[in-house]
Design a protein around this ligand. Structure first.
Ligand code: ADP
Ligand code: MG
Length: 363
């Protein structure tokens, strides 16, 4: 089911009386297509949970409307919206076993939705199979690992076949390997059920890897919406460029003169059509090509071999960060010695931004 947000805003009064309201969600206006997995991505405190709680009905908006399909659900309580919710802490009932935890949402269905016991157990088994915990049905939550507990929580959210599945940082309590595995599982489960899913995370890797669309937000305001690769390749502003990518984009104080990008005193890249002036330049780590005649000269600080590729750590006076990180394939013959390393730059990996507005200047 598609989810449509119209001018959705949530303000919280500031506890300090003189302070202005906190606008946790500022004028969200977009449509989430049916059957897709959406990554809602932004730093801690940017309003992700508030947005999710508005969509599920735990919070009332200050302004705006929410539609599921064509029906206005803005004033419906959470239990009438048909949403499945999963939070960071799994919030399972400790005294119930896995089977009972999963069937719990089915116990109190009324009227035409009322389910017989066999039906409830059948349904629970179906979703347990889907999240691969069907062998663990008799265990209590305390007898499960974190990853297994989170699967139970997902099964419980799915058992009523919700219109929309909402996941708020569901992997944060898992260790790195399990996080990787569980996020793939979530993608698979979403694919198999086709339930429109909103996945909240502050981890760009996580959002990029499983989402059909990502929504990048900052301070309650949406910065960009698009397919992960599209947003990575075409960031609309400096915040988005910095937020996506590991290692992060390298940022330089720079200027444009005669359609050339100047870093330090070297013309490093052609920027046709861009007016002269000071700018901020961003270069993705994979945008550097080792080239002894290249225009950008950095001081070499170290090399990290990472197996598949090599990370070259250097510095440059105009860099906004203490180090410049570039990634080159390890199968290349590397001829780096001495104290300097020179680079030429790869097309499509160099961005420039207005110094004041931080909006991208395209060329
Ligand atoms: P995120 O989930 O992205 O970390 P939240 O949605 O939890 O962010 O919070 C967004 C902003 O709204 C923060 O500044 C937070 O302090 C504020 N906020 C959240 N809930 C409340 C509340 N109930 N009362 C007042 N301020 C709140
Ligand atoms: Mg949150």
């Amino acid at each position: 089911m598609k989810v449509v947000l119209k001018n959705l805003t949530k303000k919280f009064p500031n506890r300090n009386k003189k302070g202005a309201d906190v606008i946790a969600v500022n004028n969200f206006d977009f449509e989430i297509p049916d059957g897709k997995l959406i990554g809602l991505l932004g730093p801690s405190g940017c309003g992700k949970s508030t947005a999710l709680n508005l969509i599920c009905g735990l919070l009332k908006p200050t302004e705006g409307k929410i539609y599921f399909g064509d029906s206005d659900v803005t004033d419906l309580p959470p239990e009438k919206r048909g949403v499945g919710l999963v939070f960071q802490n799994y919030a399972l009932y400790p005294h119930l076993n896995v089977r009972q935890n999963i069937t719990f949402p089915l116990e109190n269905l009324k009227g035409k939705n009322k389910m017989k016991k066999e039906e409830r157990l059948k349904k629970a088994m179906e979703v347990a199979k889907l999240v691969q915990i069907d062998e663990l049905m008799d265990r209590k939550p305390s007898e499960l690992s974190g990853g297994q507990q989170q699967r139970v929580a997902i099964a419980r959210a799915l058992v009523k076949m919700p219109n929309v599945l909402l996941l708020d940082e569901p992997l944060s309590n898992l260790d790195a390997r399990l996080r990787l595995q569980t996020r793939e599982e979530i993608k698979r489960i979403q694919n198999e059920t086709g339930i429109t899913t909103i996945f909240v995370t502050h981890d760009q890797d996580e959002a990029m890897s499983i989402s059909d669309l990502i929504i990048v937000m900052k301070d309650g305001v949406i910065q960009q919406i698009g397919a992960p690769q599209g947003v990575y390749d075409e960031p609309e502003n400096l915040f988005v460029a910095k937020f996506l990518g590991t290692p992060p984009i390298n940022v330089f104080d720079a200027r444009v003169e005669n359609e050339k990008l100047i870093i330090g005193d070297a013309a490093v890249f052609d920027v046709p059509g861009v007016a002269d002036g000071e700018v901020v330049a961003g270069i993705r780590p994979e945008g550097f090509i080792i080239d002894k005649n290249g225009p950008l000269s950095c001081s070499l600080k170290g090399i990290e071999v990472m197996g598949r590729d090599i990370s070259i750590i250097s510095s440059h006076n105009a860099s906004q960060n203490p180090t410049v990180r570039s990634i080159v394939m390890s199968d290349k013959e590397l001829d780096i010695s001495g104290t300097a390393v020179r680079f030429s730059l790869r097309k499509g990996k160099v961005f420039i931004f207005d110094k004041e507005t931080e909006q991208r200047i395209k060329f």
